[in-house]
Design a protein around this ligand. Structure first.
Ligand code: AVJ
Length: 328
């Protein structure tokens, strides 16, 4: 049966279980390296915990990116120009979008989100802040090409993808997404994308393992969700939050480490963990000038300008979808 949570389509079986969640969890727990896709961190409790994370002293990305958006408005305006339709991939970054919109005088705002709830909230919020600006929300999975509203068909486009969300994807998935964005926005479009930077390991680890334990709570919330929604009996208190720097792949990984040998069941299936074995729950890739350029180019976007915050922690990159041309 398919039901709506807000506008979001969720496939549920007879007993009300989200079938995609169950499939991902059972498959992920059966692997040699246990792993559950990070998207399942964001139920209502998880989304609130992420909001709390953005307020933590150790979690710099949100503030660093907002600082760039606040300080570089004139340069955005000059390079991007007026009259674009701003297409935001994933709506509802409450503070960042107004900073961009007030800098560049766009002709329309198109928030894209898979969740109708977030979408409606973001659209209403923006419409109130920018009374003259046409807002055209689109409920869609932006990992695929999206049909934009007819009203913006003839406007030049600016894609906006803040938050270093691209960093949550492995390279292959990130490139797939960048290519879909190019299909959605068309040749000649620009893209303004946030990418967090490689930096001292201690700073990175602290951002993902804060002193107040909010990120630990965010990570273990995944287990509470499994126990609640998939009839699990995983001992939450025996899975310890760990943030690890993987230098080969330039990413912070979140894991849940078994503090002793464990046996548990989820949805009637039995699983075991050795002491020290982990469940991998998130990747957060970090970039430098060359790796961010390479990723964008692989996805069909030519970097044009790049800004850092005053402490050099975070980057915001402007890129263009140039027409195909011959190259040596
Ligand atoms: C919202 C996905 C960009 O990876 O920094 C924060 C999520 N995870 N702390 C990130 C997150 C742990 C965040 N993103």
């Amino acid at each position: 049966m398919t039901t709506r949570k807000g506008l979001k389509l969720v496939e549920r079986d007879e007993s009300g279980v989200d079938t995609a969640f169950r499939a991902d969890v059972l498959e992920g727990l059966s692997q040699e390296q246990k792993a559950i896709p990070a998207r399942w961190l964001y139920d209502d409790a998880g989304s609130q915990l992420f909001e709390d994370i953005t307020q933590l002293p150790e979690y710099y990305p949100t503030r660093a990116e907002a600082e760039i958006l606040e300080d570089r408005g004139e340069e955005f305006a000059r390079l991007i120009g007026e009259g674009r339709a701003v297409v935001e991939f994933g709506s509802g970054s409450s503070v960042k979008t107004p900073l961009l919109l007030s800098a560049i005088a766009p002709s329309a705002y198109v928030p894209l989100d898979i969740s109708g709830d977030f979408l409606r909230a973001a659209a209403a919020d923006l419409a109130e802040k920018f009374p003259g600006l046409p807002v055209h929300p689109v409920e869609a999975d932006f990992m695929r090409q999206v049909e934009l509203p007819a009203e913006v068909a003839d406007l030049p486009k600016l894609g906006f993808f803040p938050g270093s969300t691209i960093g949550n994807m492995v390279a292959r998935t990130a490139v797939d997404l960048l290519r879909s964005m190019r299909e959605t926005l068309g040749v000649g479009a620009r893209l303004l994308i946030g990418m967090d930077l490689i930096k001292d390991e201690e700073v990175l680890i602290a951002a993902y393992d804060d002193a107040a334990g909010v990120t630990a709570e965010f990570n273990t919330n995944m287990i509470r969700r499994i126990n609640r929604e998939l009839d699990g009996d995983i001992p939450v208190e025996k899975l310890i939050h760990e943030a690890r720097w993987n230098d080969d792949f330039a990413r912070v990984e979140m894991h849940l480490v078994a503090s002793e040998a464990l046996e548990f069941t989820v949805d009637g299936q039995s699983f075991g963990m050795q002491m020290g074995e982990t469940i991998h729950t998130e990747n957060s890739h970090k970039f430098n000038r060359r790796t961010s350029n390479m990723l964008l180019l692989a996805g069909g976007w030519e970097p044009q300008a790049r800004w850092l915050d005053s402490k050099g922690r975070f980057s915001l990159i402007l890129a263009e979808a140039k027409p195909p041309r011959s190259a040596p």
